[in-house]
Design a protein around this ligand. Structure first.
Ligand code: NDP
Length: 248
């Protein structure tokens, strides 16, 4: 799965799944572009990668999104892979709460709108390289694990549908677009979003009674982005320790 000289943009590379993917792409020879907002965390991950381009940016900010693409082209002259991994959720009081629409906007802007925007900005460059896109979604977009995360779940369900729409629209140009839907993964996600529970909460609700390491998600991201998956597009690869099937 060599990515020698391929230029790979990874959003949310400062932590968790994105950080694991950045390291793995770098180990496979890619020229990695690491995007995130937290400079300290970005620097720590960058030390484990070979000469990455680090771009401190908020994917939900339109000027920042343009800057991500422009700085990448300025430095490397091409884009081969876009990994839309940055994502968030926020504690809220659900459909009966007064904070519903604020959290709706904040979550949708990062999890969906930014992906649509970055995809459109990267597409002209991906056409030139016959590159591809991997969107990091969630099993919440397939089947809500329980009540209380409606905004997050619908953002990821829409991301799944966007993945298919983009695969349809860009397929004629030779661009593949796929999604990965993780189940519970040991990252800072749950601490960062302060939802009040730990990833271990989910272990009993998986068929395999386990939660995943971020590298297990990075493995799938690299596979989908590689030539080995040259016939795979519009897919949603579920990697969840059997959490969805346990609920069927
Ligand atoms: P982390 O919290 O460890 O990482 C999230 C990353 O997203 C961070 O690098 C963060 O960077 C970045 N990010 C968030 N908002 C923005 C923004 N506005 N602009 C730029 N970067 C942003 O969580 P994970 O690694 O677990 O999450 C990665 C993806 O995996 C997300 O899309 C999440 O929805 C998905 N996922 C995770 C699961 C899990 O169990 N962990 C389960 C299912 C899906 P910074 O703070 O530096 O901006």
């Amino acid at each position: 799965m060599s990515f020698k000289n391929k230029v790979v943009i990874i959003t949310g590379a400062s932590s968790g799944i994105g950080a694991a993917a950045a390291k793995m792409f770098s180990d496979e020879g890619a020229r990695v572009v690491m995007v995130g907002r937290n400079e300290t965390k970005l620097s720590a991950v960058a030390k484990r990668c070979s000469s990455p381009l680090v771009i401190r940016a908020d994917v939900a900010n339109d000027d920042d999104a343009r800057r991500i693409i422009n700085e990448t082209i300025k430095k490397f002259g091409q884009i081969d892979v876009l990994v839309n991994n940055a994502g968030t959720t926020m504690k809220n009081d659900g459909l009966l709460g007064s904070d519903l629409m604020q959290t709706y906007d904040a979550i949708m802007n990062i999890n969906l709108r930014a992906v649509v925007h970055l995809t459109s900005l990267a597409a002209p460059h991906l056409i030139k390289t016959k590159g591809n896109i991997v969107n990091v979604s969630s099993i919440g977009g397939v089947l809500p694990p329980g009540p209380g995360a409606t905004n997050y779940n619908i953002s990821k369900a829409a991301l799944n549908h966007f993945t298919v729409c983009a695969a349809v629209e860009l397929g004629g140009y030779g661009i593949r677009v796929n999604a990965l839907s993780p189940g519970p993964v040991k990252t800072d996600f749950f601490d960062n979003v302060n939802e009040g529970y730990n990833v271990e909460t989910f272990r009993p609700f998986t068929m395999l009674k386990r939660v995943s390491e971020p590298e297990e998600m990075a493995d799938v991201i690299l596979y989908l982005a590689s030539d080995r998956a040259r016939g795979v597009t519009g897919s949603n690869y579920v990697n969840d320790n059997g959490m969805i099937i346990k609920r069927l």
